[in-house]
Design a protein around this ligand. Structure first.
Ligand SMILES: NC(=O)c1ccc[n+]([C@@H]2O[C@H](COP(=O)([O-])OP(=O)(O)OC[C@H]3O[C@@H](n4cnc5c(N)ncnc54)[C@H](O)[C@@H]3O)[C@@H](O)[C@H]2O)c1
Length: 339
């Protein structure tokens, strides 16, 4: 899809990502001046179970907390045990009878993901909502346990594998009246992402900005392809993808110091709070308006168009097939006519 990356294209990728960030911050500031963001109304969700990846911090923590408040049993999947202990006890203190727990899952390790799924299934509980939220941004070039570039391996492939391994639980837990839901957190940076099918690992020339944007683009395409697969199989499971906006979290710890300074000084004004950032994820997870509806890109709890190339079904299929090979998953979509 895209030519071999050069240092110049790495610079171009960085400028494009920053341009998206600045445009979004301007829009968010405008919105603040006009009264700010307001939480959509959410109905109670008793007897429902959710898994939230990266639920110990930032947007994931706000998502886990809000879903717990709605009465859901929430399993936080994460790789930070110490932080998890603190977070789980804090949520339990805040809410009497909070049903929240932590299960270790390092999304940068396929072995860990498989162990997590095994332990989750041993609980013999249903799974109604999977929120693929965890992520890293603009980390230096390094590899996951399985040798994948970290943005691609963790943000995208980790969630690809996790979702596929949990699909049977999601299918069993969905019903015609109440579908199970897969909610995948992408980002506006996908609009400037390029899917480099010949070099998904960015091994020829690495750009942290390009790698992050590519991982978020891949997540959008994964979500659309998953929805078509679920539709073709007649499953009571839907898949949507969300864009939280620019949110004041630790995700920015690896970015250029100037950006961190802006975040520190003006974050309260320009950035969304983690709670505000979580509302579209929770909307996708529980809103009755989205009952049976999948294949949407949601921003500020509204359907929006994603980048044109994300709708390219041939490319979606190619990416899915390659991801199956990389994760050792059987490609069931090969023999299915997708709608
Ligand atoms: N903050 C923003 O402005 C923004 C904008 C667009 C999209 N997003 C997306 O929102 C999601 C949440 O990000 P955030 O802003 O809350 O950042 P954050 O850094 O506060 O939280 C990221 C979470 O992912 C977890 N995580 C990291 N590596 C992991 C691993 N190997 N295994 C399991 N969990 C791991 C962390 O422990 C943490 O809980 C990410 O996917 C991010 O790309 C954030």
């Amino acid at each position: 899809m895209s030519p071999t990356r050069s240092p110049l294209s790495a610079l171009r990728a960085a400028l494009r990502v920053y341009a998206v960030g600045v445009a979004l911050l301007a829009l968010q500031l405008l919105r603040r001046c006009r009264g700010g963001f307001s939480q959509p109304g959410f109905c109670p969700q008793p007897d429902r179970v959710a898994v939230v990846t990266g639920g110990t911090d930032g947007i994931g923590l706000s998502t886990a907390r809000l879903l717990t408040r709605l009465g859901m049993r929430v399993v936080i999947a994460g790789n930070n045990k110490d932080r998890a202990e603190e977070v789980v006890s804090r949520i339990r203190e805040e809410m009497l009878n909070a049903k929240v727990e932590f299960l270790y899952c390092d999304l940068a390790s396929m072995r860990s993901i498989r162990q997590f799924v095994q332990k989750f299934k041993m609980k013999r509980i249903p799974l109604h909502v999977l929120v693929n939220n965890a992520g890293v941004m603009m980390v230096p070039q390094r590899k996951t346990e399985d040798g994948f570039e970290e943005h691609f391996g963790l943000n995208y492939l980790g969630h690809f594998l996790l979702t596929n391994l949990l699909l049977d639980s999601l299918k069993e837990s969905g019903s015609p009246a109440h579908c199970s839901r897969v909610v995948t957190v992408s980002s506006a940076t996908h609009y400037v992402g390029e899917l480099n099918m010949e070099d998904l690992q960015g091994s020829r020339s690495y750009s942290a900005h390009g790698a992050y944007a590519q991982s978020k683009l891949a997540l959008v395409m994964f979500s659309y392809h998953l929805q078509r697969l679920l539709g073709a199989q007649g499953c009571h499971v839907t898949a949507n993808v969300v864009d939280p906006g620019v949110v004041n979290t630790d995700l920015y710890k690896h970015v250029f110091w100037g950006t961190r300074l802006v975040q520190k000084v003006l974050g309260w004004l320009l950035f969304k709070t983690p709670d505000e950032g979580s509302w579209t994820s929770v909307y996708a997870a529980v809103s009755p308006e989205l009952e049976g509806v999948g294949g949407c890109y949601l921003y500020n709890a509204k359907e929006t168009q994603s980048l044109k190339v994300t709708y390219d079904q041939k490319l979606q299929r190619q990416l899915w097939a390659q991801s199956c090979q990389m994760t050792g998953i059987t490609d069931v979509t090969r023999d299915i006519v997708l709608g």
